[in-house]
Design a protein around this ligand. Sequence first.
Ligand SMILES: O=C1O[C@H](COP(=O)(O)O)[C@@H](O)[C@H](O)[C@H]1O
Length: 247
Amino acid sequence: MSSSHQICVFSSPAELALSLTQLLVHESQGTCSFRLALSGGSLVQLLSRELPKTAGLNTAGWKVAFCDERLVPFSDPESTYGEYKRQLVPLGLLSESQFVTIDPALPVEEAAVDYTKKVRELFPGDDHPVFDLVILGIGPDGHTASLFPGHPLLQVTDKVVAPISDSPKPPPQRVTLTLPVINAAKTVVFVATGEGKAAVLKRILQEEESDPLPAARVSPVHGKLLWFLDEPAARELTCPVEKHSVL
Ligand SMILES: O=C1O[C@H](COP(=O)(O)O)[C@@H](O)[C@H](O)[C@H]1O
């Protein structure tokens, strides 16, 4: 685990969400092109509730890719893009053209190649994608994006996006950003709420394991790493944390 990370603990998911949107305002202001990678799962609701209320948010230059995406039609409730689209596009906050989406009709290997091409197009002239901000979730098993404990995808270093067809969490077919791409980002923030994440957060943030969990392998090479947790998620931590109250 990176020694230069910052652990911020909020008294409620609403406080956490508010700070997360303030971080988005801060990181995106003054740039005409802001490349963001979003996760799915519980993050979708958390962000979608708070983003429309956020003052000073100018999303005009945003391009939104996904840390991982499930290979299902956009109409399926498991589709991460589908969920963000249903929540945010009708509010006029983001347009469909600002999202970088998979082609769910392709076989998973081809979907990963296709998504690699689309992600690379966000970074014209660059050898490697460097996202401005990556927002990750974390599963109770320590997975992040669609990088699962003990899975060979943890060793992939030569791809931007990798396919997975045996995800232990359904649906089984997905594509995911690889660890080198996540670790190249300018800022990475983990978001975790609820006591179901407490035990795994203690393992990741306080225990030096010989075979680290996927989330413990996130350590931006040049960027900063933030942990945004609510109190139940942080309950088992005994390391120094910053307590935040913004409401
Ligand atoms: O399957 C997934 O799980 C993780 C964690 O989800 P959460 O609901 O426990 O927050 C999520 O970050 C990832 O994008 C998603 O595909």
